[in-house]
Ligand binder design. Structure first.
Ligand code: SF4
Ligand code: SF4
Length: 348
């Protein structure tokens, strides 16, 4: 990986350079929260934002997307998707890791997804370092740092940025817009101090639990899941805000004339009661216990078994979105408690 340093006052010029050829999507203030939106000026961007309410997945997997159109007389209309070249400027490490996880699913060579691919091809990413909020636990799930999946990554080291260069396109734009220089020993020391400060800033009340997938298997039938599920309101807010929830439904929408229509892909959620309902009326996950447990298993167990990484990046969005206090943090706390109880029994 190649590193360079730029001064903070060069950042507006970098954004300006991107604006020449790309739509710039960046964090902005949105009511009491923050959101990623297209911006037309560097002044609109808030770079020291806490986690945004919704994630970046909508730029790769839109909430509603036409896959193709059809005409009863002529059959399927060839559908071409045009995505304007864009840059996601100011993405946090956890959110880039989330996109890296989505890539594993939608770029699976057995079932490549051309729609996702088109969005990805048109999108550059400039990441930025962050300080964790109270609900952040990315560091516990190996998502607090990001090693790939970006074009540039800016680490704030006080009045200047240590820039990690991830692509030739990113390097070219950086070179053209700024005056990047080699990192000095002082820059490296500043980066080390920043990473230590960041590590210390994580909420220590969120426990780190070793072997979480194994523990989940061991306690698959524990009453904990019944209690957790009994609180679920089926609202699906957790899946909507989650940067890695990627379930979708396919729907045919016929126009009122009955002559034309389109096939759409829309977000779905495994916490929805209808999600596992099949023709004939059988529901594979009929209760909230099964649905909440399934979601947590996919995040902390099943995806890991298949892809070698967690599907939860510890962004904390569902922690804030769930009105019933159901989140992976609850699961980590439960298994930490189990570990303490087992330790007590061993001591007896
Ligand atoms: S877990 Fe929480 S956010 Fe998710 S569906 Fe249930 S109540 Fe809604
Ligand atoms: S499960 Fe919750 S904490 Fe984990 S990635 Fe999804 S929204 Fe973030």
């Amino acid at each position: 990986m190649l590193y360079r340093v730029i001064d903070a006052h060069e950042l507006p010029g970098l954004v300006q350079a991107f604006m020449r050829d790309y739509e710039v999507i960046a964090p902005v203030r949105s009511g009491k929260s923050f959101a990623f939106e297209a911006v037309s000026s560097f002044d609109d961007i808030v770079l020291d934002y806490p986690t945004t309410l919704t994630s970046l997945k909508k730029y790769y997997l839109p909430p509603r997307e036409t896959l193709f159109e059809y005409d009863m007389a002529d059959g399927v209309t060839d559908y071409r998707m045009e995505v304007r070249p864009r840059v996601l400027f100011g993405a946090h490490a956890c959110d880039i890791n989330a996109i890296n996880a989505l890539n594993l699913v939608f770029e699976d060579p057995r079932y490549p997804d051309p729609y996702y691919e088109a969005h990805k091809k048109a999108t550059m990413i400039v990441g930025i370092s962050c300080m964790p909020g109270d609900s952040c636990f990315c560091h516990l799930l190996d998502a607090g740092e990001v090693r790939s999946g970006y074009d540039l990554f800016l680490a704030d080291i006080g009045g200047r940025y240590l820039v990690s260069i991830g692509s030739v396109e990113g390097a070219d734009i950086l070179e053209a817009a700024c005056d990047p220089r080699e990192a000095t020993d002082e820059d490296r020391r500043a980066f080390r101090d920043y990473t230590r400060r960041r590590q210390r800033a994580f909420n220590e009340e969120i426990p780190s639990v070793q072997e979480i997938p194994m523990l989940m298997d061991a306690f698959h039938s524990d009453d904990f899941w019944e209690e957790l599920g009994s609180r679920c309101l089926n609202c699906t807010a957790c899946s909507s805000v989650c940067p890695t929830c990627y379930c979708f439904d396919i729907r045919d929408v016929l126009d009122p004339s009955g002559e034309t229509g389109r096939r759409e892909r829309v977000w779905d959620a495994c916490t929805s009661p209808q999600f596992a309902l099949v023709t004939g009326g059988h529901n594979f996950r009929p209760g909230t216990r099964e649905r909440v447990r399934h979601r947590m298993y996919h995040k902390l167990n099943g995806f890991n078994a298949k892809h070698g990484r967690y599907l939860c990046v510890g962004c904390g969005r569902c922690v804030k979105a769930c009105k019933a206090d159901i989140s992976p943090i609850e699961v980590l706390k439960f298994f930490e408690q189990k570990g303490i109880e087992d330790g007590d029994r061993d001591a007896d």
